[in-house]
Design a protein around this ligand. Structure first.
Ligand code: AVI
Length: 320
């Protein structure tokens, strides 16, 4: 009986990531309920995020790419020659390729928790830049990981595009920058993309796209708990909600339970009230001055900053 075996399988998923299990149980046991946005990015979620970056309403990715393209020469001027470029969280190779067009790097060090993804990215990049030395590091970039010894004598440039820093709460953002400063060391630079505060309509549209890709991306975390943790969420019972919290300068993404009900996961029961939320993501928006203050508190000196003509997005150069 297919139906029964599918249910049996759901109760006992073959391989459970213990960190995901622990975080999901503790996040859903809290009030308000939360899940870390890092769990959006399984294979399906990463694919949905790629689709988000192409949406007409989602301005950050294309605006940052335009800034990197237009100011490539100026960016090259603000970083040391033949430096090792250390990218925190290796996404698609599009952005680093833009830097490679205008800057000479002694080596490229993509750092990502997913070893498979890194190997693939290194392979693609080596094919187009055979002279570039690529030293992938499989590590959680929010921790103090060692850099490869091959780059020990090169000046270091950190690269953290995409406003991923916006998904950290301010204390975590500061801790990340301080840790990066420690890893990259004396004389280092950092190139970092930061989304800017702007009118609420533009922000609202970017996280509530007309075709519902962002809603799918948000709801995928429930399906991921079903697939990997044997939960029995019915995604149709939840609504995607994204709103701008002016006071905290952040977009908040929530999944809202339309009715009172209970969900089973890992031998526990989680109760939801009508309209109860799971807070799944915050995406902080900064003014240039507020980001520079954060960087200063973390031990960096703000250097140049580039924006687009409409001040939608910023790319900062920091010096250690
Ligand atoms: C990856 N990160 C910077 C995105 C953001 O805009 O905060 C994730 C995202 N969430 C909804 N849409 C995109």
């Amino acid at each position: 009986n297919i139906h029964v075996s599918a249910r049996a399988e759901r109760r006992e998923p073959s391989s459970v990531d213990p960190a995901f299990a622990r975080d999901a149980v503790s996040g859903l046991s809290q009030y308000p309920k939360t899940i870390s946005p890092k769990y959006f990015y399984d294979k399906i979620g990463s694919h949905l995020f790629e689709r988000i970056t192409l949406l007409p309403e989602y301005y950050p990715t294309r605006t940052e790419l335009r800034i990197l393209r237009e100011h490539g020469a100026d960016i090259a001027d603000s970083i040391p020659e033949n430096a090792a470029l250390v990218e925190f969280g290796a996404g698609a190779t599009t952005k680093v390729r833009l830097l490679l067009e205008t800057c000479e790097f002694g080596a490229y060090v993509p750092v990502d928790i997913s070893g498979d993804f890194l190997a693939e990215q290194a392979r693609i990049l080596r094919a187009d830049h055979p002279q570039l030395k690529v030293h992938p590091v499989a590590a959680d970039f929010t921790t103090a990981f060692p850099l490869p010894h091959e780059i020990r004598n090169m000046p270091k440039v950190g690269f953290f595009p995409g406003s991923t820093i916006g998904n950290f709460d301010p204390a975590d953002a500061e801790a990340f920058l301080r840790n990066a400063r420690g890893i990259l060391g004396h004389g280092a630079a950092m190139i970092i993309g930061v989304d800017l505060e702007k009118d609420e309509d533009t922000l609202h549209a970017a996280y509530n796209d007309a075709t519902g890709v962002t809603a799918k991306f948000n709801l995928n975390v429930l399906e991921r708990m079903n697939r990997e943790l044997g939960a029995n969420f019915d995604p149709a019972t939840f609504d995607h909600r994204a709103l701008y919290n002016h006071h905290l300068h952040r977009i908040e993404m929530h999944l809202i339970s339309r009715k009172a009900h209970a969900v089973r996961m890992l031998g526990r029961t989680f109760s939801f009230g009508t309209d109860e939320s799971i807070h799944t993501e915050s995406s902080y928006k900064y003014s240039i001055a507020r980001f520079q203050e954060l960087a200063r508190r973390a031990g960096w000196m703000p250097d140049k900053v580039w924006t687009d003509a409409r001040d939608m997005f910023s790319v900062h150069a920091l010096r250690a």
